[in-house]
Design a protein around this ligand. Structure first.
Ligand code: DNO
Length: 361
């Protein structure tokens, strides 16, 4: 595996490449052209410039998160052909710049959903949190306003203002799209992408729906082992793979994370590893520190399953807590993600050495 950190680009991120470069073991970033709208073609010159910028800081681009998918592709409207052609052109431009990993999601309307961006924990840190009661009481069209005050002036991924202005229209678009239709549209999209992915060896890594169940009555498909295996089989090409996000699949306590990793062997191209603390079954959870003891998951078992299945893609610490007075995009500050990277690297080293050297009796 390669330890990486997500970076949104100099114009959007509060964290600098020079700081990322000082996190032990991190040589790669997962980045994006954050100002590109879903459906636009990414110009090769801009990808090239981004690459140069990252390389000038002594790092490299380990993958893109995300090239967002236009809603026409998700709902399967006639104009999807143009948007798929544009997506293919973007992949070509990425391939020409020697980039071989693309994370994307196929979630309708909303990317990830949380109801609080700064819940205070006993240690004084603040974290993203989800409460079912809050979701049930929420008018989805107002979700963004209800938490907008807590973004620390940053633009949250998937919650871009232009997109949020159109929430009502977006809901109308999905009126006739159920899980099966969404699944068929995903397969249609992936089949069209596979030739270009094969030509440039680009691995597509779908991000799970977060949380891993339907919110606001919208269809959701990338939520459990059965559905992912169905998707991988439907387009049975190694370039059709997944981003294994423990914090997203883990929202559903029925998902046995190490078991899922083993079942997806060979098709996990990217991993987001973080912990969650459940407070009231699945009705309430918050994004604790990465450490096993701070949350509900056994992080050692998650890392061990990745190790044992021969995972060799990029891994990144995921959302971090806001600590030590840092003001940053919720989930994407420097300090706690750096602690997460160090911890995950430590687990990996211990697993690897125990495996290769064994323990002295
Ligand atoms: C949130 C992220 C998601 C993820 C996308 C992938 O912090 O995990 O926005 O990047 O769903 O397309």
């Amino acid at each position: 595996m390669e330890m990486t950190m997500r970076w949104y680009g100099a114009a959007f991120d509060t964290v600098k490449l020079e700081q990322i470069r000082q996190v032990p073991g991190v040589k790669g970033v997962i980045t994006t052209l954050y100002d590109m709208k879903p459906g636009e073609v990414w110009p090769q010159e801009r990808i090239h410039a981004l690459k140069r910028e990252v390389e000038a800081a002594g790092l490299h681009i380990a993958g893109i998160e995300s090239v967002n998918v236009h809603d026409a592709i998700k709902v399967g409207s006639p104009d999807r052909e143009q948007y798929i052609a544009n997506y293919i052109e973007t992949l070509e431009n990425l391939g020409k710049e020697d980039i071989h990993l693309v994370c994307y999601n196929f979630m309708p309307v909303f990317d990830w959903t949380r109801t609080e961006l700064a819940r205070r924990r006993p240690d004084g840190s603040t974290v993203l949190a989800y409460s079912k009661a809050a979701v049930d009481a929420l008018d989805p069209e107002r979700m963004f306003e209800s938490i907008a005050g807590e973004t620390n002036g940053t633009v949250m991924p998937g919650w871009e203002p232009e997109r949020m202005a159109k929430v009502k229209e977006l809901f109308a678009l999905y009126r006739d799209v159920d899980d099966e239709k969404l699944f068929a549209n995903l397969v249609y999209f992936l089949e069209k992408l596979m030739p270009v992915c094969n030509r440039y060896d680009i691995k597509m890594a779908i991000h799970p729906d977060d949380p891993a169940w339907s919110v606001f009555g919208l269809p959701r498909i990338i939520i459990n082992e059965k559905n992912i295996l169905r998707m991988l089989k439907a387009v049975d090409d190694v370039h059709n793979g997944v981003t294994f996000c423990s914090g997203s699949y883990g929202t559903n306590l029925e998902n046995d994370l190490p078991h899922m990793i083993r079942a997806l062997k060979g098709r996990i191209h990217f991993a987001h590893v973080r912990n969650l603390q459940f407070n009231d079954g699945m009705n309430d959870f918050e994004e604790s520190a990465h450490l096993s003891a701070d949350g509900s998951f056994d992080m050692y078992e998650i890392m061990r399953a990745l190790y044992e299945t021969g995972f060799d893609g990029p891994i990144r610490p995921d959302h971090g807590r806001m600590i030590w007075g840092e003001v940053a995009m919720p989930g994407y500050g420097l300090y706690d993600r750096a602690l997460g990277a160090a911890y995950l690297n430590g687990l990996w080293e211990a697993i690897e050495k125990a495996e290769t050297r064994g323990f002295d009796k």
